[in-house]
Design a protein around this ligand. Structure first.
Ligand code: HEC
Length: 153
């Protein structure tokens, strides 16, 4: 019986890890973006309309279309060398990379590049994973991948 239970729980755990990570809540993400990100970033579409944040905010790169974009690749933004290197090495922003990046950008770049001295020029960290996923869900609305995401949530 115990064995069977273990087997059952084992299978459940496996099934759960096989599921895609839970999706964040875009409305909560918008609020978190407003309080945590817009001091440095905005979301401006190709027509120049500011869809989130404030106009003329250039401390951080425009986050319009960031999901699915090569890291460190926006024309005209002066990125740090490590982020550019990560992009050149093949990093294209997806939720699974953005979560650890937002929680700790420098550690993420060190691990991604396997380079102890790598560092991020983004001096900000999101405090918890759920908030990071909410913000990513919000940003996904301004990215090409939107069509692929399931419409639920
Ligand atoms: C204090 C200013 C600041 C804050 C606050 C900030 N960022 Fe950044 N962010 C930057 C800078 C500067 C960069 C460029 C980093 C580099 O070149 O290493 C950046 C880079 C990024 C990138 C990579 C973009 C790309 O083109 O590769 C993402 C994604 C990002 N930030 C998301 C966020 C989110 C989401 C928040 C809010 C939770 C946030 N940032 C808060 C300054 C900030």
């Amino acid at each position: 019986m115990t064995k069977l239970l273990h087997a059952t729980f084992g299978a459940m755990a496996l099934a759960m890890t096989a599921l895609p990570a839970f999706a964040g809540d875009p409305a909560a993400g918008e609020a978190a973006f407003t309080s945590q990100c817009q001091n440095c970033h905005n979301v401006t579409n190709d027509a120049g309309e500011v869809l989130a944040g404030r106009p003329n905010m250039r401390t951080g790169p425009n986050l319009y279309g960031v999901i699915g974009r090569q890291a460190g690749s926006l024309d005209g933004f002066r990125y740090g060398a490590s982020l550019v290197d990560a992009g050149t090495a093949g990093l294209v922003w997806a939720e699974d990379d953005l979560v650890p990046y937002l929680l700790d950008p420098t550690t993420f770049l060190r691990e991604t590049l396997d380079e102890r001295r790598a560092r991020s020029q983004m001096s900000f960290r999101v405090r918890d994973e759920a908030t990071a996923r909410d913000i990513i869900a919000f940003l996904t609305q301004f990215s090409e991948v939107e069509e692929d995401a399931e419409g639920e949530s």
